[in-house]
Design a protein around this ligand. Structure first.
Ligand SMILES: [Fe+2]
Ligand SMILES: [Fe+2]
Length: 242
């Protein structure tokens, strides 16, 4: 994982968005621990720069889910019909800012781990949660962003509900209604899942996602895996022998 390269890409994706306050938002992010924080305490990208990598992964996954429309918009298709069109700026904002809530959220702690070779106990660092702004998750991301820039309604809904039905204590009616009103809520949630479940391992992106091209060419169709890259295993049949 190349953190410097990721910072460069993250900032250049945001800087091309013409929205008052964006410079202040970027300055806030720079001063925070966003570029060094992990994406989680374990499982996916629980490493330095993990949150930054995860945010870019969600952008790549989201562009892969959507289809380019006329001009600088993306279309979200269902059964061959367009259920919504989303401006390119919104796609970037929804993806890159969805986990802004994870700034000032983690800390490094230590625990004793036995060195199997020497038999001695040693202190080993690990990430733990120390939420310095306990304001929730998606809602907190939206509110933090709105301290600096205006969000469109769709951006606010998508960031707010990016956990979908997996949000702790989620109200099914509320989340479902948000998805019906702003279908891209489901696309952002799906992209978030794709990033954490398909693209990321504990210490970096999985091999086939290790070198994502910077920019919009990262969208689905352009990113066919090399033939020698490891593939996901074929699912076993539901009925043995079929
Ligand atoms: Fe999240
Ligand atoms: Fe996320």
């Amino acid at each position: 994982m190349k953190i410097d390269k990721n910072i460069q890409r993250f900032e250049s994706e945001l800087k091309i968005i013409d929205r008052p306050g964006m410079d202040k938002l970027i300055a806030y992010i720079r001063k925070s621990d966003f570029y060094s924080a992990p994406a989680s305490t374990r499982y996916h990208l629980s490493c330095e720069g993990g949150l930054l990598q995860h945010s870019l992964n969600v952008l790549d996954a989201l562009r892969g889910i959507l289809a380019p429309g006329e001009g600088r918009v993306w279309e979200y298709h269902t059964a061959g019909r367009v259920v919504c069109t989303i401006p390119d700026d919104s796609v970037t904002i929804m993806a890159l800012l969805h986990d802004l809530c994870k700034t000032h959220y983690y800390k490094i702690s230590t625990r004793n781990v036995k060195n199997e070779q020497t038999g001695k106990w040693e202190k080993a660092p690990f990430y733990t949660v120390e939420d310095k702004m306990p304001l929730g998750h998606g809602a907190k991301s939206a509110m933090l962003a709105m301290q600096f820039i205006k969000l469109t309604n769709t951006e606010m809904y998508a960031i707010w509900h990016h956990m979908g039905f997996t949000e702790q204590g989620a109200d099914f009616g509320t989340v479902g209604k948000a998805m019906e009103m702003h279908p891209v809520v489901l696309a952002v949630h799906t992209a978030d899942m794709m990033a954490s479940r398909f693209m990321e391992s504990e210490s970096g992106n999985k091999e086939i996602f290790a070198d994502m091209p910077a920019g919009q060419e990262a969208a689905g169709s352009a990113a066919a895996p090399a033939s020698d890259a490891p593939q996901f295993e074929k699912a076993p049949p539901l009925v043995p022998g079929v």
